[in-house]
Design a binder for this molecule. Sequence first.
Ligand code: AMP
Ligand code: MG
Length: 300
Amino acid sequence: MGTMFRIVLYSDHSEQAHSAIRAAFNRVAQLDRELSDYKPDSELNRVCLVAIGHDTVISDDLYFVLQSAQHLAEQTNGAFDVSIGPVVRLWRRARQTKQMPDPSALSAAMQLVGYRHIHLGERTLRLDMQGMQLDLGAIAKGYAADEALRLLRGFGFAEALVAASGDISVGDAPPQKSGWEIGADSFKAPKDHFTRTLTLHNQSVSTSGDTEQYVEIEGLRYSHIVDPKTGIGLRYRSSVTVIANKGIDSDSLATAASVIAEQQGTSRALALIDRFGAKGVITAERDGRVTEGETKGSLP
Ligand code: AMP
Ligand code: MG
């Protein structure tokens, strides 16, 4: 999935702990083979080639993640859209070449975007158009963190943390602690300084933003998160941190809220997070003015 996974757990039994960790990493590797769009032969990439026009049976993991993605796409009127793949690939190249995507290539890619062209049946997937490319980069890491954590708990190691860069899922609190202390960064923070510390147990936290992944072309910044309405990388700087019960939700909601914040402003983005029963904080900059907002009720 183009990232590193890290596992931390507390145990008095080093040997059992290591075999549990191995099993958890194996599960992550399996999900990588199923859900990654970086791997040419992942299930996701193979199925995009064969599911055009006919219902194709897919794995339980892929089905579960796509169901959740489609629900969020409907709830955000397509601000979150995993069919954005062809456009994301053009922006990935733009980050390497520091050149804007070719406008005709971009409009051709945009023809292939639209969550309504994704059809889920009973354990099946069908796509409407040849060339469609699904990209689970905004949701699969969170799900993988959940799954690794679930496995560790199954082995008897509930005091555990799984981190996939900006997506972190935690289990029970470490011994004698009320929770895992997690620093939540925003672009406003000086490097290596965390804006706030969250204390979490049995929850997930994700941060989306352009602090690391963006390209600057002719003095303008473009994020790796794309507005599916325009096909353009998000222009305004923002960091969105979401705390939810599951990583699959914190991950996808943080990305979705980033798009909504740019399209409709931060209060609409916070309302989305709230509607999903999650909590969040958004820092955004527009025309040199930095604003910060958070959902109702205190953050943990
Ligand atoms: P995250 O780092 O979780 O915010 O996810 C960002 C990644 O999600 C990007 O690198 C793309 O692979 C993908 N992506 C970009 N824009 C969107 C979007 N509007 N909806 C869903 N996925 C997106
Ligand atoms: Mg995300």
